[in-house]
Design a protein around this ligand. Sequence first.
Ligand code: 5GP
Length: 112
Amino acid sequence: MTIFKKIIEGEIPADIVYEDEHCLAFRDVNPQAPTHILLIPKKEIASMAEAAQEDQNLLGHLLLRAKDIAAQEGLSKNGFRLVINTNEMAGQTVYHLHIHILGGRAMAWPPG
Ligand code: 5GP
């Protein structure tokens, strides 16, 4: 079981900022920006590489909730970044699909 599944199950604590029947958002334990939130589906999808056509509505839901959470955190005007690290070379470490919501500082491009 991944660490994120344990957070969904309430087996390990997290600083939860949003929850509904499909997804959960909580603050990253090792923040890379003043605001760093992880938004995850409750459905166990290992990575974007494993997402299926049947996940279309869920993925759309996640993006819209990410936008709402960014707004809730006061990031809309200045901007924010959504990141989905996918598999090893992209730096994915937890194999439960998650969107990083990052904001509160200027972001460099290209990403590292
Ligand atoms: P990835 O590298 O897979 O894209 O992102 C995984 C993220 O999960 C990292 O930013 C890491 O800090 C975060 N993380 C790992 N374990 C925990 C945990 O137990 N609690 C929280 N809140 N974040 C975690």
